[in-house]
Design a protein around this ligand. Structure first.
Ligand code: NDP
Length: 275
């Protein structure tokens, strides 16, 4: 175990080497390769003692996963998942019910839009591309959470986490329809937090600074966003998937037990800048 020394929640002066997520069952979606934010999260959760299940969308990417997973301390459960397919969501629920019967943490790290909708003018977005981007990148959080709700309740409460970007609240040229999807996603976080708080299920988002991943490489001008962090952020350093993973581990842990409906920026402070 990574062994962050930690004071137990009863605040006795005892310290122990148990991980932040010891005893938790966690599902991490959206691991395409070693640069994925989902992979940074899986590694942090593994280090902190969580038992993991991970998903892949295409069989092609399952090969990437098969190469990565031996890096974890324990082999996770691995399932296919296409969030646009209701059957796929049901199958995931059924298999997790069978294997675990409960779930403490659900990580939604999924987004997709047509490449042509991630450059040029937002004005030119067609209905089909708009609906697809919103379906995969925003609605899927609600669909996945609803499908796995009973498992989260069976765990006695838990935590749902999603990944967002500052393009939801500011204009980032070329981010276009994905900015609109992230605005819907962040609003969904708040409504889900309200619905699920009574079940002791917390719902939060991490707003990550730009990271060069497969999804990000579809957005025109991603390198400008990366340079902007180094040139203008209060902490002039790029963000890594591991940084997001550490913040996600905190949000999934008991230390965040009264934090819900929140968007936590992990962007070296870039979002506070006027220009
Ligand atoms: P990745 O490309 O590594 O991960 C995106 C994941 O979404 C992939 O695993 C992809 O699978 C999956 N996905 C796409 N469509 C579906 C679907 N229909 N069903 C199931 N899974 C699907 O990129 P990131 O790690 O960057 O992206 C993860 C999240 O982080 C996204 O929400 C992204 O918007 C967000 N984010 C990213 C930032 C960045 O700069 N990289 C900044 C802030 C937020 P497949 O490849 O098989 O399609």
């Amino acid at each position: 175990m990574g062994g962050i020394r930690r004071v137990l929640p009863n605040m006795v002066r005892e310290v122990t080497d148990v991980g932040l997520l010891e005893g938790q069952m966690a599902l991490v979606t959206g691991i395409a390769n070693k640069r994925s934010i989902g992979w940074g999260i899986a590694k942090a959760f593994d280090r902190e003692g969580a038992t993991l299940a991970v998903t892949y969308q295409s069989p092609r990417l399952k090969e990437n996963l098969d190469r990565l997973l031996p890096e974890l301390s324990r082999p996770p459960l691995v399932f296919p998942l296409d969030v646009t397919d209701s059957e796929s969501l049901k199958e995931l629920r059924d298999v997790l019910t069978r294997e675990w019967g409960r779930l403490h943490t659900l990580v939604h790290s999924i987004a997709h839009a047509n490449t042509e909708d991630l450059s040029g003018r937002f004005l030119d977005t067609e209905r089909e591309g708009y609906l697809m981007a919103l379906d995969i990148s925003a609605y899927s959080l609600t669909a996945l959470t609803r499908e796995l709700h009973a498992l989260l309740v069976a765990a006695g409460g838990g935590s749902v986490l999603t990944m967002t970007y500052q393009g939801s609240v500011r204009v980032i040229p070329n981010y276009n329809v994905m900015g609109v999807a992230k605005a819907a996603l962040e609003s969904s976080v708040r409504y889900l937090a309200w619905d699920l708080g009574k079940d002791r299920i917390r719902v939060n988002a991490v707003s990550a600074g730009p990271i060069k991943t497969l999804a990000a490489s579809g957005v025109k001008g991603i390198s400008d966003a990366l340079h902007a962090i180094e040139e203008r952020a209060p902490i002039p350093e790029k963000i890594s998937p591991d940084d997001v993973g550490n913040a996600a581990a905190f949000l999934a842990s008991d230390w965040a037990r009264h934090i819900t409906g929140h968007v936590l920026y992990v962007d070296s402070g870039f979002h506070i800048m006027g220009f």
